[in-house]
Each structure stands twice: as structure tokens, then as C-alpha cells.
Design a binder for this molecule. Structure first.
Ligand SMILES: Cc1ncc(COP(=O)(O)O)c(C=O)c1O
Length: 384
């Protein structure tokens, strides 16, 4: 049987990982500033994370949500405290798309309405509702096409106000990334997020903060929406939540009450996933990783801004993007091949940095040196 070939892949086979480094099957070491799409939060194979999962595996790996799972309550308590949302309610699932799917469905149940507002360049996942609010026609199958989604320009409060004036009583939810990831690291303005909050309050719609990529401390605050000083009604999270163990969830404001059977999942919130998620929060606290994201992120952005050919350095914490001119279009590829550094990209010519929140300054320095070297090679005049 062959694999169903849907991924453009780098020809590298990773067999081992530790902290911010991975090794291929030939023994070559790579610096990982991508974390497999922003997933590695506390560092690859962190010893506490490995121990917690191993210990749990020896006891019980899985039972379904038909019984009490005290680890879920432990996770909810810890997540509530670390995220600053102790009065919210946690629903656990398995992936970012599923988290958004549940959030949108819950918003519709809660309001009894059908319309959802989403924004240009948004990415919310590949499943049915999640992909319908994703701004990329290539991902949307005919069955996902719906008239219930209204796309508006990102960061445009006037367009949002107009839309609510016309459609307000039909809008169930607004879904927005605090920092767009796949769209190219675009930071939502504080005023824009405040206007989402105000419109949702005025018209009774649900504010969904997609924090799958920009959440879990990556921006330097637990949720990037926190920078605007607003609280969303539902936050969705995945990626960094398990540091590579598949676990996701939504946290739900207290005014949205649960009803039996409205949401459900077989695997969500299983014992192993909870152990992994608890280990992540414990390490984040113990090693003060949000502080490190602020510090190392600032160092990287300052250094990047000082490199003349690099344009429009943006982002927060350790979620950083920058544009490279056409002549540097091979930069990402060359960083991987020549310097053995993984970075991410977004089209056209955007490089994305999404390293572990434990990235060390010396690793950031190594990246900046390597980047300068590769830029020099690509910009030097061709030899006669
Ligand atoms: C902002 C955002 N939302 C949702 C998703 C979907 O997550 P998953 O791939 O786990 O379904 C992603 C994945 O990249 C994402 O970046």
C-alpha cells in the first residue's frame, strides 16, 4: 500500500530529538525553529514530559468519557490557573480542527443562530465547519461550501461594525486568530479585537479566539488575545498543549452552560493525553517559559530588524514572521540544506519562526549567524 500523497515534504528522516534539536538517520544534527508546525512548546522529549507519560502508561492509557477521569479535573484546575481563566469550563478533544469545530457548534447551539464571521487569510483547520471558515478555496470541498460564513478583511473594525449592523441578529460567532499563523504571522490589532468583543456583546454573538497556534504561551502571554485586554467567550487550543502528544481542547466562559450530548468524543481527554498536557503546564511554570518566549523573541526580532534585506519583521514572543525579497526565495531551503536549521514558511516569501518556548539565546544567536551567511551567499553577485 502506498501513502496517500498530500504533503509537500522535506527529504529528511528524523529519528531522534532533544530540546531544540533533532537528528536525522545519518546522524546529522538540526536546530529546530519550526517545532513541526508550532507543536513543540517545552522542547522535544523533555524528561519530565517523558516520565509523566511513561508513568501514566504503566497505570492506564485510555478509558472513555463514560467514567470519571480525575486527571481531566486536575488538568482543568491547572489550565484555569496558568491561563488566568479559573472560572472557564474545559472540553477536551484531539486536534485543532476538532477544537474549532466544537467551538463553532457550541456557539450555534448557544445562540440558536447560523452565521459565522471569519477573516481574510484565516486558517482554522480542515474539517467541515473549520475549513468553511478558512480563507483558502483549495481546501474547501463542494460539500463544505456554505452561505453561513461571512468573510471580512482582517483588522478592519469598520467592516466588522457594518456587518453587525446589517446581520447582527443572525450572527452566532466571530472566529479569529490573535496572530494569524498559516496566513503569514499577522497580528490582530488591539482595537480590532476590542471591536469584536464590543459587537459580540451588543448583538449576543460568541467571540471564539482560535489560539491553536498563537496560544499556550507562544506569544509571551498565555493567549495572544490577552494583549488587547479582552476576554473571549471560547478559546480553542491544540498544538503546544501536548508538546507533540495529540491533545486539544476548548475553554468556555461560565455563561455558556453545558447540555448533555451536545459535544462528545471517544478519545478526547484520555488518561495519556491528560498526563502529557499536565506535564507541559508543569514545565511551563517551573521553567518560566512564557518569560523566555518574551526575552528570546525580542532578541530575535531586534536582530532580524537590523538585517537590511529583511522586511516587515512581525509577531510576538516566539511566533515571528518576516518577508524576504524574491532574490532570497531559496532562503528557507538553504537554511535547511546548508545550515541544518528548520524554519517554516508562508506564501509568498514569508519565513515563520515557531521554535520551542525553551529556545536558548545561544541557539537564537546561531540562527542569526547562519541566516546572515545564507543571505550573503544568495545576494552576492554571480561570478563571471
Ligand atoms: C490557527 C489554527 N487553527 C487550527 C488549526 C488546525 O489544527 P489541526 O491541524 O491540529 O487540526 C491550525 C493548524 O495549523 C492552526 O494554525
Amino acid at each position: 500500500m502506498n501513502l496517500f500523497d498530500v504533503y509537500p515534504i522535506n527529504e529528511v528522516t528524523i529519528v531522534k530529538a532533544k530540546g531544540s534539536y533533532v537528528w536525522d538517520d545519518k546522524g546529522d544534527q538540526y536546530l529546530d525553529l519550526y517545532g513541526g508546525h508550532a507543536v513543540i512548546s517545552i522542547g522535544h522529549t523533555h524528561p519530565h514530559w517523558v516520565n509523566r507519560i511513561e508513568e501514566q502508561l504503566e497505570k492506564i492509557a485510555f478509558y472513555s468519557n463514560s467514567v470519571r477521569i480525575p486527571l481531566q479535573a486536575e488538568l482543568a484546575e491547572k489550565l484555569g490557573r496558568v491561563s488566568g481563566k479559573p472560572d472557564y469550563q474545559l472540553f477536551l478533544c484531539n486536534s485543532g480542527a476538532e477544537a474549532n469545530e466544537n467551538a463553532l457548534k457550541l456557539a450555534s447551539f448557544h445562540t440558536g443562530r447560523k452565521k459565522v464571521v471569519a477573516f481574510s487569510k484565516a486558517f482554522h483547520g480542515r474539517t467541515s465547519l473549520a475549513v468553511s471558515v478558512t480563507d483558502n478555496k483549495n481546501y474547501i470541498a463542494p460539500v463544505n461550501e456554505t452561505e453561513n460564513v461571512i468573510f471580512l478583511p482582517f483588522n478592519d473594525s469598520n467592516a466588522l461594525n457594518d456587518c453587525f449592523e446589517n446581520e447582527g441578529k443572525n450572527i452566532a460567532a466571530v472566529i479569529v486568530e490573535g496572530i494569524q499563523g498559516v496566513g503569514g504571522i499577522n497580528v490582530a490589532g488591539d482595537g480590532f479585537l476590542k471591536s469584536i468583543r464590543a459587537n459580540c456583546d451588543k448583538y449576543g454573538a460568541v467571540y471564539i479566539a482560535d489560539s491553536v497556534q498563537c496560544g499556550y504561551g507562544r506569544s509571551g502571554k498565555f493567549f495572544s488575545h490577552d494583549f488587547a485586554g479582552v476576554s473571549a467567550d471560547i478559546y480553542t487550543m491544540a498544538k503546544g498543549m501536548g508538546n507533540g502528544f495529540p491533545v486539544a481542547g476548548i475553554i468556555i466562559a461560565p455563561h455558556i452552560r453545558p447540555k448533555l450530548f451536545q459535544l462528545g468524543t471517544t478519545f478526547g481527554g484520555n488518561h495519556l493525553a491528560c498526563a502529557a498536557a499536565l506535564a507541559v503546564l508543569e514545565v511551563m511554570e517551573e521553567e518560566k517559559l512564557m518569560g523566555n518566549a518574551v526575552m528570546t523573541g525580542k532578541y530575535l526580532r531586534d536582530e532580524l530588524e537590523a538585517i537590511p534585506v529583511i522586511e516587515n519583521v512581525r509577531g510576538r514572543g516566539l511566533m515571528i514572521g518576516f518577508d524576504v525579497p524574491e532574490k532570497l526565495k531559496d532562503l528557507k531551503k538553504n537554511l535547511l540544506l546548508n545550515q541544518k536549521i528548520f524554519t517554516g514558511e508562508a506564501k509568498p516569501n514569508v519565513i515563520r519562526l515557531l521554535p520551542s518556548l525553551a529556545l536558548k539565546k545561544k541557539d537564537a544567536e546561531q540562527f542569526i549567524e547562519a541566516l546572515k551567511e545564507e543571505i550573503a551567499l544568495l545576494t552576492q553577485a554571480p561570478s563571471e
